[in-house]
Design a binder for this molecule. Structure first.
Ligand code: FEO
Length: 172
């Protein structure tokens, strides 16, 4: 059975994942109306879906362990970005915030001696390492490319390949 403190902390994470999903959905919709960003568009739509899956996993866990998951109200996310660089910088900043929040959650689980939740959270710890790594790699690439049009074209093509490869992996 989850303690009240643990339930509240997990519900805060539900909100964070829901906000992440909304933020990336807004990025996807922004990218979709920019010329030539088909790969980036797919990447953000897929990323938004992944965040929703992270949220659902938490909701089921809370409810299955005798807590009550709270479906949160959401603030409107940022809708417009000055550039692709801007959107990806936001992505990295956001993922760092999520990692910190997961770390805090692990800390609560340990303090509560809730080893089942601690164990459950390890999936999120591993996922955040991967998400932060990918966000950093993409930001580094954009730094290198600057405003070079052919570089940006290749970036969009590469990110499309990453997205399709991950999708095939998930479906296999
Ligand atoms: Fe679910 Fe990207 O954090």
């Amino acid at each position: 059975m989850l303690s009240k403190i643990m339930t509240d902390a997990l519900n805060k994470q539900v909100l964070m994942e829901a906000e992440s999903s909304q933020a990336y959905l807004a990025m996807a919709s922004w990218a979709e109306v920019q010329p030539g960003l088909d790969g980036v568009t797919q990447f953000f739509y897929k990323h938004s879906d992944e965040e929703r899956a992270h949220m659902l996993k938490l909701i089921h866990y809370i409810n299955e362990r005798g807590g009550n998951a709270v479906i949160p109200a959401l603030k409107q996310p940022t809708l417009k970005f000055k550039s692709l660089h801007d959107a990806f910088a936001e992505l990295l900043k956001h993922e760092i915030k999520v990692s910190e929040s997961i770390n805090d959650l692990v800390d609560v689980a340990l303090k509560q001696k809730d080893f089942a939740t601690h164990n459950f959270l390890q999936w999120y710890v591993a996922e955040q390492i991967e998400e932060e790594r990918l966000a950093r790699v993409l930001n580094d690439k954009l730094q290198m490319i600057g405003n070079d049009k052919s570089g940006l074209y290749l970036f969009d093509r590469d990110i499309m390949q990453i997205t399709t490869a991950n999708q095939n992996e998930a479906e296999a």
